[in-house]
Design a protein. Structure first.
Length: 194
């Protein structure tokens, strides 16, 4: 049985379609109209070993805010749906990932408790056609909709590297957290529920 979710969301600002398979091989097909954001999502899928398809049409004539935020919100909701009742998973994951001069550390709890603590040390306003301040905002939306606790830090001197290594660290920690634990028969909580 594959852990898959297919979600669509349409508003006056965006139309987002996401297909996510947790037990994939890292294949990605991403089209949001925001090139560097597409690059980040491809990296996320590749390093998490998720198969991911994203199609977003947004009001890019305004700016990239709604496109980036709504895409990550729908991706978070897809992650929550694909996890189901979260039975039998490892639940926690962490990773520290370097990329040249940049380094990121991520820790996640996918047990159903939404929270985000982010410290991304960007230096500029834009990376390609992506507004840098939309990255942490979108990651907060992702964590909230996914029902995960996310702690993510990244620093370096090159903003492209900082953003990319942050998504790689997030991916590696998610890969670890969503893995099926063969020794776990129920939910990884002493409460017996998430």
């Amino acid at each position: 049985m594959t852990r898959t979710a297919v979600l669509a969301r349409a508003t006056r600002e965006t139309e987002v379609d996401v297909r996510l398979e947790l037990d994939g091989t890292g294949l990605a097909s991403i089209e949001t109209g925001v090139g560097f954001f597409d690059h980040l999502l491809v990296s996320l899928a590749h390093h998490a070993l998720f198969d991911l398809e994203v199609r977003t049409t947004g009001d890019l004539e305004v700016d990239d805010h709604h496109t980036v935020e709504d895409t990550m919100a729908v991706l978070g909701a897809a992650l929550a749906e694909a996890l189901g009742d979260r039975t039998g998973i490892s639940r926690f994951g962490d990773a520290q990932v370097p990329m040249d001069e940049a380094v990121a550390a991520a820790a996640v709890d996918v047990g159903g408790r939404p929270y985000a603590v982010l410290d991304l040390a960007f230096h500029t306003d834009r990376i390609g056609n992506l507004t840098v301040q939309n990255i942490p905002h979108a990651l907060e939306a992702f964590a909230h909709k996914a029902g995960i606790t996310l702690h993510l830090t990244a620093s370096g001197s090159n903003d492209h590297h900082i953003a990319e290594v942050a998504f790689k660290a997030l991916a590696r920690s998610l890969r670890q957290a969503v893995e099926k634990d063969p020794r776990r028969s129920g939910i990884a909580s002493i409460k017996g529920t998430s």
